[in-house]
Unconditional design. Structure first.
Length: 514
């Protein structure tokens, strides 16, 4: 065939492949507010940067008349492109083709692009929209998942892995996103579960909708499986672009800096903490008052809101922020908040992102529920993550730092590089009321006016311990600073820690309290 004929043949083959599952399936997809897989890639990546591979892959199914079926691209689109200028590897499952189900060739395409991402040391983005293992291909589909999970694990901490769940993500398919770094979900579109409503009805006799079982809100608020929640695919893609701008391409690099910017004048750091130490306030206002352009990109905003995590910039450099949130449960540490913060600390440490911690908490949450839910094991994750992290670690104690909470929130004892405290800081084994009731129990009981003595003893304890100066006297606090000095001191500490190198003792790996 002369070249012209060959070109015509190529164009025809491409046209057929690009039709996906056909107009009826595409209409069904659109009717529920979903873009097609190819539209998603085009709308997420920088214009005209996407190059697709393996468009002509042929599925491997032979049983149940599958050998008679044409499944364009075997239900998944793979390729490379640029996202906010970053090179990325990407795949998007095409639900219009056999429900985006994962057969062996579908899996092989994903494996190939994952291998590229690892070899080229660039981020991997997976857009999931699939009915799960392709039932007709049996064990080969399961093999495909297993190979994906293995690669997700190998890539963990080497390249950023981002999962965007834009449709069903059912059965074993959920474990690939769960092994990646960040999971994005969209209201009414994401449906993520191990066993669907029909199985639950058959086995347990319970009726539940897909939305209630594993919708976006469920994963953003309750399970903690999701890191970013949005109400449309467009908003979700904006979030992905923003995240990419904060993180490095791989674990050998630092995140690209932006030009320095001062915080917005709107955020006045002086007046944020209330005079009454029992009153709550929103710690995000403190973060915004000290960050470049007051820009704080919060991660897992709706889950375990008693701790706040996310990215900000100081003098243009990306920083990971961890802060107790006095607005929710007084900022206590519990099972979920410990898990949330510990994982984020490990992410930042793996990708060379320094950590700034803001402390204001009464300690770990007491109670039978928490004890039985494993607050010892989960709380230990936070100690482990901070102790293990070798990136620069700067801590600012704003107000309460009681008990185990003081130690856990990146104290000097877990090898923070610098610990600063505001004059409002109270660093003690426990709150003054509880402490006075225990250590002066007999004096209070035997007094003529127990209430009066209790008050005096509380004041006595406050004066002695509920301030930053005892800790400062021992060198556990490096400097007591005014709120207005915070940004300057943190920036200076980050600057002089920028060449920090710490070698952990030789080991294959540690055994964190998983
Ligand atoms: C083969 C599948 C499929 C699958 C969907 N399809 N899921 N084909 N294998 N797993 C096909 C449908 O037959 C249909 O084909 C087309 O995709 C669209 O599906 P619909 O059911 O019409 O779509 P919808 O009503 O939107 O429902 C979507 C759905 C439902 C909720 C995802 O399809 C569903 O429940 N699928 C099964 C989900 C599941 O149980 N997966 C787990 C598999 S086991 P036609 O030709 O009619 O258009 C698993 C274990 C892996 O994943 C373990 C690894 C460790």
């Amino acid at each position: 065939m002369p070249l012209r004929g060959k070109t015509t043949d190529l164009k025809k083959r491409m046209r057929d492949a690009l039709k996906g599952g056909g107009s009826k399936a595409i209409e069904k997809q659109k009717a529920i507010g979903k873009m097609t897989a190819r539209e998603r890639i085009i709308s997420l990546l920088d214009p005209k940067t996407f190059n697709e591979y393996d468009l002509f892959a042929v599925h491997a199914g032979k049983d149940f008349d599958m050998d008679k079926k044409y499944l364009p691209g075997d239900g998944v689109i793979t390729g490379t492109g640029k996202l906010s200028g970053y090179p990325v590897c990407i795949y998007a499952q095409d639900f219009t083709v056999a429900g985006g189900s994962l057969g062996w060739m579908h899996a092989k395409k994903i494996l190939k692009i994952m291998d590229h991402a690892m070899k080229l040391k660039i981020p991997l983005i997976g857009i999931n929209d699939s009915g799960g293992a392709r039932i007709q291909e049996g064990v080969n589909s399961l093999a495909g998942y297993g190979e994906i999970f293995y690669r997700n694990t190998q890539a963990s901490g080497v390249i950023p892995q981002i999962s965007v769940i834009l449709g069903p993500c059912a059965g074993g398919a959920v474990y690939s996103p769960a092994l990646t770094d960040f999971v994005f979900v969209v209201d009414k579109i994401t449906k993520m579960f191990i066993t669907g409503p029909e199985v639950i009805k058959t086995v347990l006799g319970e009726e539940i909708s897909m939305e209630e079982l594993g919708g976006a809100k469920v994963h953003a608020e309750i399970t903690g499986n999701a890191h970013f929640y949005s109400t449309s695919e467009e908003e979700c893609f904006d979030q992905v672009k923003k995240l990419i701008s904060y993180i490095p391409w791989n674990n050998q690099k630092k995140a690209d800096p932006l030009p320095k910017k001062s915080p917005k004048r709107f955020y006045k750091i002086d007046g944020i903490i209330p005079i009454d130490p029992k009153q709550p306030y929103d710690v995000r206002n403190i973060i915004k008052a000290v960050s470049d352009d007051s820009d704080f990109f919060e991660v897992q905003e709706l889950f375990a809101a008693n701790i706040v995590i996310g990215f900000a910039r100081f003098d243009g450099q990306t920083i990971g922020i961890v802060a107790n949130q006095p607005l929710v449960l007084a900022g206590v540490l519990d099972v979920d908040s410990s898990n949330k913060a510990a994982r984020f600390i490990r992410y930042c440490d793996a990708f060379n992102i320094p950590l700034v911690t803001f402390v204001d908490l009464p300690g770990y949450l007491p109670g039978v529920d928490q004890e039985h839910a494993g607050v010892i094991r989960h709380g230990a994750k936070l100690l482990y993550a901070y102790s293990e992290a070798t990136v620069p670690k700067i801590t600012v104690i704003l107000r309460k730092a009681y008990g185990g909470g003081y130690i856990a929130m990146c104290s000097h004892h877990l090898k923070a590089d610098f610990v600063f405290a505001w004059p409002t800081a109270e660093i003690a084994v426990m709150g003054p009321e509880g402490a006075a009731n225990i250590i002066f129990r007999n004096e209070i009981k035997d007094a003529k006016d127990p209430e009066d003595v209790r008050k005096k003893k509380i004041e006595e304890y406050k004066e002695k311990f509920a301030n930053p100066y005892v800790a400062a006297a021992y060198g556990y606090v490096d400097a007591v600073i005014t709120p207005n000095e915070t940004r300057r001191m943190v920036i200076h500490a980050l600057e002089i820690s920028s060449n920090k190198q710490e070698q952990p003792p030789f080991k294959k790996h540690g055994i964190p309290p998983f």
